[in-house]
Write a protein that binds this ligand. Sequence first.
Ligand SMILES: [Zn+2]
Length: 113
Amino acid sequence: MERCSLGLNMLEMNDCKHFRYNEIKKGSGEKKLHKLYLTEDMVLWEVEGRSRNYIIIEDNFCECTDFQVRVLGREEKSLCYHLLAKIIGEKLELFDSKELTDEEYDKMLESRM
Ligand SMILES: [Zn+2]
């Protein structure tokens, strides 16, 4: 059986109470995970959260509080929910891709300062 990069197979992922596979998908094929190209090889990921969107860099960084506090700060766990959603969503190709213009990139950064 195929395993994801976390070592879970598809059945385990559907069973896992921490795994909210259906939340990665919206109705009618709309995606909650976006791959944003700055240049051909510079990529950011954006995950739509409940109240706002979070930027993710590779499999290593999420800007949410959970990641800052429990992953980086207390080292209680190695992933936040958004990173998990990104890793699985990428694997299952449940994302859409978009090229970011410099303007959109600036706006995105500005909104976070
Ligand atoms: Zn997060």
